[in-house]
Design a protein around this ligand. Structure first.
Ligand code: KIV
Ligand code: ZN
Length: 553
């Protein structure tokens, strides 16, 4: 990188708007949405969608509730033209959905575009030309007045041909491409000249789409540009102001949200932000951002997984794992403290009230997703997360203090593996550490009799390959077993904690027991045992704790 970027790049000039109002506003309703997946999104694919993929995605967009869908660039290729014709001729466009088509300000292209719309019930004809200084200078070699002429002439050509679309409700849309890189005064001049030709009314408004074609400034600058435009436009009530942001600086979503505060009424974008370079605005995120603030977005993403599947199949794109709302890891908590807080938040949510669960911006169930399904443990996960996973997946209810022992052990093991582990692997780590301990003592047989308060036991054990037949006495089976172990030379210890519960139901029902022993020299160790017989589960738990205390690992 060059050490002095100012020798190569320049700062973006701010908009003079000392009285700006947008920072004081809040969003209270959803905008009009227009999906440009089948045009802007499609043109940015390495392999553009074929007609059947476009049809499938069109149907999915309709199911989401989009009422305006830019279906393509019919004059650009036969495939695009044919797609439009199929939608119309096969009656695939619901009555309340308007298809939008893009066209450059060229007479032959406008002609073909109008032709592609014959028979449609409703259509938006979207005309655009570039207005920015760089495009004027390097691409077209035109003065500002020539650019205005391109726009007004194009508008006139569309106007002259609209009568050919008898029976079609036509709305006109104009985009000064690269609006955000254009001087606001000039963008206004072009748009007003276009309005003068089209002659919209308050009843039959036209759409002025103001693209952030390449995101060149911070989102507050785009908002200033939008507010400046809205407040300076004559006949503001005859135009719907539309936003079309891209994501080159990574703030396309913020630019759209601030642009809405600044007075825009309509938003163009794509599912999951597919589009040229860093993509178009991700409409799913903006819609669900409204949803999380209690504003009905007017789009239905209640089965987001199915939509992702359709989108990935049709476009060949992948939704990244950290994509807001849609990414695979969005409802995954890795940190133990997050997991613990989520667990408590979810428990409280079940008792009623508004959603207020830490770390989960919305209820995953709203969009057909699950928190529990995707939780995993890595070396950063705390004891709370580890315990939650064992309990929620396997019904293993570790005592609090045992969690403090097992949490770091699990973390060390995950660290050693160098990757995250799923619930099954975590259970295996627990089993290996506690349940499957047979060194130095392995239990072969245990029997206790007598009355509670006066029990006698016989245990057959193996210690380092040598058979031991032990007897012991105590006020219960555990105490009798401890006594028997001491006679076999085990270190002196006492049982400090005991808990048991059923692990599963049915004929194979097994119980798990947790025991903490305290050795004479002060060390404490936990053990766990599993058996269909509750008494044996606790005996195994004692041996597990002792074996752990006596082993080096
Ligand atoms: O990004 C853009 O400027 C466009 C226009 C054609 C609206 O896609
Ligand atoms: Zn675009």
């Amino acid at each position: 990188m060059i050490s002095n970027p100012s020798s190569k790049y320049r700062p973006f000039p701010p908009v003079a708007l000392p009285n700006r109002q947008w920072p004081n506003r809040v969003l209270t309703r959803a905008p009009i949405w227009c999906s440009v997946d089948l045009r802007d999104g499609n043109q940015a694919l390495a392999v553009p969608m074929n007609v059947s993929q476009k049809l499938e995605l069109f149907d999915a967009l309709v199911r989401c509730g989009f009422k305006e869908i830019e279906v393509g660039f019919p004059s650009a290729s036969n495939t695009e033209f044919e797609f439009n014709r199929r939608l119309i001729e096969e009656n695939r466009i619901p009555d309340d959905v308007t298809v939008q088509v893009l066209v450059q300000a060229r007479e032959d292209l406008i002609e073909r575009t109008v032709e592609s719309l014959v028979g449609a019930k409703r259509a938006i004809i979207h005309l655009y030309n570039s207005t920015s200084p760089a495009q004027r200078r390097y691409v077209f070699g035109m003065e500002k007045s020539d650019i205005v002429k391109v726009a007004t002439r194009g508008t006139q050509w569309v106007k002259e041909r609209v009568s050919r679309l008898a029976g079609t409700d036509v709305v006109f849309q104009y985009s000064p491409e690269s609006f955000s890189a254009t001087e606001v005064e000039f963008a206004l001049e072009v748009c007003e000249a276009v309005m003068d030709v089209w002659q919209p009314t308050t009843e039959r408004k036209m759409i002025l789409n103001l693209p952030d074609t390449v995101e060149v400034a911070m989102p507050n600058v785009y908002a200033d540009q939008i507010e400046w435009f809205c407040t300076h436009l004559k006949n503001r009530d005859r135009a719907i102001i539309s936003l079309h942001t891209h994501n080159d600086r990574g703030t396309g979503i913020a630019a759209t949200e601030l642009g809405l505060l600044a007075g825009a009424e309509r938003v163009e974008g794509t599912l999951f932000g597919n589009g040229e370079r860093t993509g178009n605005l991700d409409i799913v995120t903006v819609a669900l951002n409204l949803h999380m603030h209690g504003i009905a977005p007017g789009l239905d993403f209640s089965d987001l997984n199915a939509l992702i599947e359709t989108y990935e199949r049709c476009t060949g794109m992948i939704v990244p794992p950290r994509q807001p709302y849609a990414g695979e890891l969005v409802f995954t908590a890795f940190s133990g403290s997050h997991q613990d807080a989520i667990k408590k938040g979810l428990a409280s949510w079940k008792t009623g009230g508004v959603w207020d669960v830490p770390y989960l911006t919305i209820d995953p169930a709203d969009i057909g997703r699950h928190y529990r399904e995707v939780i995993r443990v890595n070396s950063q996960s705390g004891k709370g997360g580890v315990a939650y996973l064992l309990e929620s997946e396997f019904g293993i209810e570790l005592p609090k203090e045992m969690q403090r022992e097992f949490g770091p052990l699990a973390n060390d093991e995950v660290d050693r593996l160098g990757r995250e582990v799923n619930a099954r692997e975590l259970r295996d780590i627990f089993w290996k550490e506690y349940i499957e301990r047979t060194q130095p003592f392995a239990l072969q047989h245990f029997h206790a009799d007598g009355t509670q308060g006066q029990m006698r036991c016989r245990a057959t054990m193996e210690k380092n390959g040598e058979r031991l037949d032990l007897v012991g006495e105590g006020n219960g089976p555990i105490a009798a077993f401890v006594h028997a172990l001491q006679s076999a030379g085990a270190p002196k210890f006492e049982v400090a904690y005991y808990k048991e519960h059923a692990l599963s139901s049915g004929t194979e029902a097994s119980a798990i027991a947790y025991i903490q022993i305290k050795l004479d020299e002060g060390r404490a160790r936990w053990g766990a045992g599993v058996d269909t017989n509750i008494e044996l589960a606790s005996i195994k738990a004692v041996l597990s704790a002792l074996n752990r205390a006596m082993s080096k690992s």
